[in-house]
Design a protein around this ligand. Structure first.
Ligand code: GAP
Length: 456
């Protein structure tokens, strides 16, 4: 289901180079997306902000970058090979395939639904043609591949479906190399692959996506306080760094019956997307499930010895996990505004689309715009842009009217536009325009970098 706002975002993404349909010149590949110049920058800025907030600014976190293809026994230990599956149903008439849980979820949202009237899949029909559905079948989401030249079972491997495995199998290495004491966390951002039955809603659900997540290792008795600490840090992330309207988040405590068997507490952080309230990311207390499984299957000793008491035990884990593309989509949904703005003609106004992205996330921080294309202005303007590029990503644009150029920069969320005009040649000052307030200020070129540093 695509809504008006989603249509506008998807169109902006294509038009301005945030996100393109994957393999488009070959007719595309369903639900695959490529991140264009602005999308790459926005994604990179979200990841950099995440690293800064959750790793750099903390003494108790270390970074990691592990392989996408791991020893298949990792997935045997984690349970992915046996259990990482969704229930698939197929329409007998149109042969469209669906996730059974999605159909039930949609049915439950219908007016008049109550648990007594609909609780079984047999009462649901195909949402596309009304046909009857097949019995649900388990469908494993792991992407299988083969190592080397022979396609036999011995060579079977899998693309990772989450980054967490890399953190667990390196727990002992990291603890020894960094001499960390509990509590400490291991963080990583990377690509993951899941053969989703029903990808869709633009970049919300795809088969290839990035996760930023960390495993925070603790003493078992500390879990409740640590869980609360991470919940409040997650709130700070959304409020201070991503600067979203906090009313758009839903904090969904997963009831015991719906949690993974080993989890004592899980909270899904949901977002009011235009296509419904859906999971944005999550946090789970995973007990010592993962380390104990990897210890049992690998035979390696993964225990931790408390340096104060000499007690040996398996650390427990709190795992906050974030979908990078879902954060990217939320950043765009929150930032998108349609407003009216005054034109150069006194008393006239026009529509403007503006992405009010947090400055740290904006793809370009500054655009340099000479008032005229003449060399008299373009030469000093290019020199100014080159100087500023030492600090930030800078766009340079000298085509069309200044009004049109402001609109173009507003639409991609550039916080500051700098105009070089004929007065600049005499007073060595430029005009700095603020994206959100549209207020303009004259600033001396000699003080410009320091001025922008203060603002950015
Ligand atoms: N290690 C825990 C874990 O992987 P998950 O809920 O399965 O948990 C983490 O995935 C996050 O990855 C989700 O909260 C969501 O933000 C994102 N995610 C999951 N499946 C996705 C998909 N098919 N497309 C895009 N993002 C996805």
């Amino acid at each position: 289901m695509i809504t008006d706002l989603m249509d506008k975002i998807i169109s902006l993404c294509k038009r301005r180079g945030f996100v393109f349909p994957g393999s488009e010149i070959y007719g595309g590949l369903a639900n695959s997306w490529d991140y264009g110049p602005l999308g790459q920058l926005l994604k990179q800025n979200i990841k950099a902000a995440w690293w800064k907030f959750f790793v750099q600014e903390r003494a108790d976190m270390v970074p990691l970058d592990t392989a996408i293809i791991m020893n298949p026994r990792v997935w045997e230990a984690s349970g992915h090979l046996q259990n990482f599956s969704d229930e698939l149903v197929e329409c007998r008439k149109c042969h469209h395939r669906f996730r059974a849980d999605h159909l039930l979820e949609a049915k439950r949202l219908e007016p008049g639904y109550n648990k007594e009237t609909i609780s079984m899949l047999s009462e649901v029909v195909c949402p596309d043609c009304g046909g009857t559905l097949t019995e649900p079948k388990q469908f494993n989401l792991m992407f299988k591949t083969f190592l080397g030249v022979t396609e036999d079972t011995a060579a079977t491997a899998y693309l990772r479906p989450e980054t967490a495995g890399g953190m667990f199998v390196n727990f002992k290495n990291i603890q020894a190399a960094t001499r960390r004491r509990l509590p400490f966390g291991i963080a990583q951002i990377g690509k993951n692959f899941r053969n989703e039955i029903t990808p869709g809603n633009f970049i919300f659900r795809t088969r290839e996506f990035e996760i930023g997540e960390f495993e925070y290792f603790i003493k078992p008795g500390d879990w409740e306080a640590v869980f609360e600490m991470w919940l409040s840090e997650i709130k700070r992330w959304w409020h201070d760094v991503m600067q979203i309207n906090m009313d758009n988040l839903v904090w969904h405590e997963i009831p015991a019956g719906e949690r993974a068997h080993y989890s004592k507490r899980t909270v899904d952080i949901e977002y009011k997307f235009p296509f419904g309230v859906k999971e944005l990311h999550g946090i789970a207390y995973r007990t010592d499930f993962d380390l104990s499984r990897h210890q049992a299957v690998s035979g390696a000793d993964l225990t931790y010895t408390d340096p104060d008491t000499n007690e040996k035990f398996l650390p427990h884990v709190i795992e906050p996990t974030f979908g990078i593309e879902r954060m990217f989509l939320v950043a765009l949904l929150e930032a998108y505004h349609e407003e009216t703005a005054p034109t150069a003609v006194e008393g006239e106004s026009e529509a403007r689309i503006v992405l009010k992205l947090p400055k740290a996330l904006a793809p370009y921080k500054v655009a340099v715009l000479p008032l005229s294309k003449k060399e008299e202005l373009s030469v000093p303007a290019r020199a100014l842009a080159a100087e500023l590029r030492k600090h930030w990503m800078i766009d340079y644009d000298e085509t069309q009217s200044i009004g049109k150029r402001y609109r173009r920069q507003d639409e991609i969320g550039t916080p500051y536009c700098i105009t070089v005009d004929f007065d600049t040649l005499n007073d060595q000052k430029v005009t700095v325009r603020d994206r959100d307030t549209m207020v303009q200020e004259r600033v001396a070129i000699a003080e410009l970098a320091a001025y922008l540093q203060g603002k950015l």
